[in-house]
Structures are given as structure tokens and as C-alpha cells.
Design a protein around this ligand. Structure first.
Ligand code: GLY
Length: 261
């Protein structure tokens, strides 16, 4: 099965202030020890997929900093640091810059007044779906689109500002390779997605739509047997991971790493 291949990933464990991070949910506060255990299992899964990891230090001053994906967009042709839409997260970008510069000396940046979270950007083998959301504004999306197109990639915007059920675009879609997307029912018929074969999650399995194709495997959240069976039937080999503590903090599997070709 074909997809972009990855060799490396940057990850950062949840820090001591993890439970003080941003969340739209009124769920129990996360258990830090369990979050750390789930993060370790996630990191080991990336290694199982063949990636070498840069494991950064936890950051007390940025509770959401384990969600490293939001700080940058990494493509097959370069990388650009984001400008997070939540003020409490803005400092995460400088904190990750050295790790990115080790791979991308020519690192670009989204500039004001643009805001953009990496979780709103879905790379479908060089065609980028850019969510305009509570975090990513039209100016940030336009800057990213121009940067991508200058490198020969293509992009399309998807406005999710009217959707209260997802924080980021990738809360509701993931690219599976093979011109195929996992997608929540509410986005399944969006015009920008019609070029893809779509694996639509059941309404009660919407959280499963945030999954991560990594080389020959797909990381999926535990607790969604219908989605797991669909992927298996399609020939994928899922790795099932517990995500309860990150779900409480409005995060998913893709948020926990920056994957590098
Ligand atoms: N807790 C993830 C975010 O809100 O950015």
C-alpha cells in the first residue's frame, strides 16, 4: 500500500502542568502518570514503524506543548513553523525551532497577522487540506498555501469555523495513503474531499478519524472496533493505542508528533 514514507519524528512528553492545558471538554482532568505511559506507548509505536525519535524535554511553562504537531508543518519539500492561534501556545514555536532546524536549515515561518495550528493541516501526498478554524485564520491559511505552491505542492481550504465538534481539521480527517481519507460523517461530503476515497467513521466513533498513517502501519485510538475492522478489511495493519488522557485535553494521535520524511 502506497504512502509517503517517514524516517524520523519529534515528540515531547506531557509536562507537569499538562492538566492545565486548553480543552473544550468538561471531562475529568487527565492523570499525568497515565498520560506519560500512553505517550511512551505512542513513542514506541512510532519506533515500531521504523522512525528514529527526537525526544524533547517536557516544558512546564507550556501545558499543551506535548501536542508538537501544532507548532510546524513538515512536508517532503521543507518545513515552516506555525503561529498558534491560542496565545498560551505561542511560545511553543521558539521551543521547537532548534529541533526543526537540525532537519530543515531553511526553516520558514507564518507571520502576523496570520495564525495557524499544524493540526489544521492535512498532507495528502502533496495536496494539502488547510482547515480554517478557531485557531487558523484565513491570513495564516493563505500564507501557508502560497509557501506550499511555491514549492510545487497544491492546497485547498476547508472552513470548519461553524463546527463545534472538532478543534482542528485533523480532528475530523486523516490521510491514509492510497488517495484515501478517514473522515467524520459531517465532513464526508465536503467538496474539497470528493477527489478522495473516504472511509467514513460511525457517528459514535468520530474520535477515531484522527489516526496516523506511518509507513506500513496506521496508528489508531483504542475503543473504536468498527473503524479498526474497516481498516483491517482494507488491508491496513493498525496499531491500537490508548489515548484517554490526551482526548480529555482535546488532543489526538496526530498531535503528538511531527513526522519527518
Ligand atoms: N489542548 C490542545 C489545544 O487546545 O491546543
Amino acid at each position: 500500500m502506497a504512502s509517503q514514507s517517514f524516517a524520523h519524528a519529534i515528540v515531547r512528553p506531557p509536562g507537569p502542568t499538562f492538566a492545565q492545558g486548553l480543552t473544550r471538554f468538561d471531562l475529568d482532568r487527565p492523570n499525568l502518570a497515565l498520560a506519560r505511559a500512553q505517550w511512551e506507548a505512542y513513542s514506541r509505536a512510532l519506533e515500531t514503524c521504523g522512525l528514529t525519535l527526537t525526544r524533547l524535554e517536557p516544558l512546564t511553562e507550556f501545558p499543551d506543548s506535548t501536542f508538537v504537531e501544532d507548532t510546524a508543518i513538515v512536508t517532503a519539500r521543507g518545513a515552516i513553523v506555525s503561529r498558534p492561534g491560542a496565545p498560551s501556545r505561542s511560545g511553543e514555536v521558539e521551543a521547537i525551532r532548534p529541533a526543526l532546524l537540525a532537519h530543515f536549515p531553511d526553516l520558514a515561518a507564518i507571520g502576523a497577522p496570520g495564525t495557524l495550528d499544524g493540526g489544521d493541516i492535512c498532507d495528502a501526498d502533496g495536496h494539502f487540506l488547510i482547515g480554517i478554524s478557531a485557531r487558523t485564520n484565513p491570513e495564516g491559511a493563505a500564507q501557508l498555501q502560497a509557501w506550499l505552491e511555491a514549492r510545487g505542492d497544491t492546497a485547498a481550504a476547508i472552513d470548519i469555523r461553524d463546527r463545534s465538534d472538532i478543534l482542528h481539521l485533523k480532528s475530523g480527517i486523516s490521510y491514509l495513503g492510497d488517495n484515501r481519507l478517514a473522515v467524520i460523517p459531517a465532513l464526508a461530503d465536503h467538496q474539497a474531499l470528493r477527489r478522495f476515497e473516504r472511509v467514513v467513521t460511525a457517528p459514535d466513533e468520530a474520535y477515531a478519524a484522527n489516526c496516523v498513517r506511518v509507513n506500513e502501519r496506521v496508528l489508531i485510538a483504542a475503543g473504536f472496533p468498527g473503524f479498526e475492522a474497516r481498516l483491517t478489511d482494507l488491508g491496513y495493519r493498525p496499531i491500537v493505542l490508548m489515548m484517554s488522557e490526551f482526548e480529555k485535553m482535546d488532543g489526538g494521535l496526530s498531535c503528538l508528533s511531527l513526522r519527518i520524511p
